[in-house]
Design a protein around this ligand. Structure first.
Ligand code: ATP
Ligand code: MG
Length: 421
């Protein structure tokens, strides 16, 4: 037997409704904020991620699925959604149109990581991208979009943590202070952090190793190093969040895994799903579009991991709406009534009413059992008596009540039922 690759998961038919529910909530949220969907390829030129994600990140250094295609091009499966969206923004001249450009995506993403609960090699993200506005209002709008998405799903057990990591100027000053603080502890830090020390010391704050976390606990705080503009920007973001009634904590250790972040960074975190607690992360990345060859375009966005959301909802008892079976099952006893059942089912489906009939040669009793198992709301049994009289009974599976109906009126009857809903 051939098994599924490590770190990947099938979404089985019996659980697909959970995915539809989340994807639906994502699309509805995006619509509320007037964000339009963008779909970009699952693979891109490797160069895009080297520049767009950053070559000091774990993603680029350790986690990318990179291969040569038959034309000897280096290709990478997308490890996240932003770089592709940004490439497309530039390539399609969207910056020349109406700004801001507000987009969302629902996409698979691929990272070669050690699989654990909430950490997969193929996972899925719902993300939004707002390009063209440097104003704190855009940051707030994106954070509110994430919050209303989580709220729509019924998720309460999350905290919003925010931080500002400043601009190039403040970060240079901060990096120097951070390095001075970390220098004496270098020997106690993990090998990855020792490498980060020279390349991108800020990322040490993002390390998940307990030893490194202890060391960074008392490190200087970036917020104390923000320039006036960045400081003002961060203050305004907080004002807007408060004005909209969104609670948040300031966590000076959030830096996000990706290199292109500037100013606002944020995470929605839960304590109910173990170590992989961040269900949604985002922030501002004003340098990204330029880095990828476009005109300077401020940008802000977030990405939420769908598998982690499902895990969180399951672990905290947030209900998914029930997966529903067909509206009606039409059973047939003999050849003639089976043919009649088939015709009724065809008509019902044509009218947009989900319906089923047997194609396993089941006895009438077994057909009723099957209808019950698949969660049919109503069952109609046709036999020679029904065909002769032209009348049959609709049985409601919830309470067993039956009501008579002419076979030729079945469709109209269900259309009525549907319009009453
Ligand atoms: P982490 O710190 O957990 O590795 P990250 O900072 O690498 O997360 P992002 O690149 O910001 O994550 O991705 C946004 C969201 O995508 C995360 O908050 C998480 O919900 C989800 N995510 C990231 N990597 C994985 C993965 N390997 N498996 C499942 N979900 C993931
Ligand atoms: Mg990661």
């Amino acid at each position: 037997m051939i098994n599924i690759p490590k770190g990947t998961k099938d979404v089985l038919p019996r659980e697909a409704y959970k995915w539809h529910y989340i994807e639906d909530a994502a699309r509805k949220t995006a619509e509320l904020y007037n964000m339009k969907e963008i779909r970009t390829p699952v693979f891109e030129h490797t160069e895009l991620f080297l520049r767009g994600v950053g070559d000091t990140t774990d993603i680029v250094n350790k986690e990318m699925y990179t291969f040569k295609d038959k034309g000897d091009r280096s290709i990478t499966l997308k490890p996240e959604g932003t770089a592709g969206a940004a490439r497309s923004f530039i390539e399609n001249g969207m910056g020349g149109g109406v700004l801001p450009v507000k987009m969302y995506y629902i996409t698979p993403a691929f990272r070669y990581e050690r699989p654990q609960a909430g950490r997969l090699r193929e996972f899925h993200q719902f993300g939004v991208e707002v390009y063209g506005s440097a104003a704190p209002d855009a940051d707030a709008e994106v954070i509110f979009a994430a919050a209303s998405f989580l709220k729509k799903l019924g998720i309460k057990d999350v905290k919003l943590n925010i931080n500002s990591i400043g601009c190039k100027t403040c970060r240079a000053r901060y990096n120097a202070a951070l390095k001075a603080y970390l220098q004496p502890h270098l020997g106690e830090m993990c090998p990855t952090c020792r490498e980060r020390f020279d390349k991108n010391p800020l990322r040490i704050l993002d390390c998940k190793e307990e030893g490194c976390k202890k060391i960074t606990h008392d490190a200087p705080r970036i917020l104390d190093y923000l320039c006036d503009d960045c400081s003002e920007h961060f203050k305004k973001v907080q004002q807007l969040l408060t004005a909209g009634g969104l609670e948040f904590n300031i966590d000076p250790n959030i830096v996000r895994g990706l290199d292109y972040y500037t100013r606002t960074v944020f995470e929605f975190v839960s304590e109910s799903i173990g170590a992989q607690g961040t269900v949604c992360g985002g922030g501002r990345y004003d340098g990204l579009i330029e880095e990828l060859g476009g005109n300077h375009t401020p940008a802000v966005g977030f990405a939420a991991g769908i598998e982690r959301l499902i895990l969180l909802m399951e672990n905290t008892g947030v209900a998914f709406p029930e997966d529903c079976g067909p509206e009606v099952f039409v059973a047939g006893m003999d050849d003639d009534s089976r043919l009649a059942a088939f015709k009724v089912v065809c008509k019902l489906r044509e009218e947009g009413i989900s319906a089923e009939c047997d194609h396993m040669g089941k006895s009438i009793k077994a057909q009723f059992k099957y209808a019950d198992k698949i969660g049919a709301k109503y069952v109609i049994a046709l036999g020679c008596n029904e065909l002769e009289s032209g009348e049959c009974n609709i049985k409601c599976m919830a309470d067993g009540a039956t009501s008579p109906v002419k076979i030729c009126d079945i469709c109209a009857c269900f259309k009525n039922k549907m319009s009453e809903k």
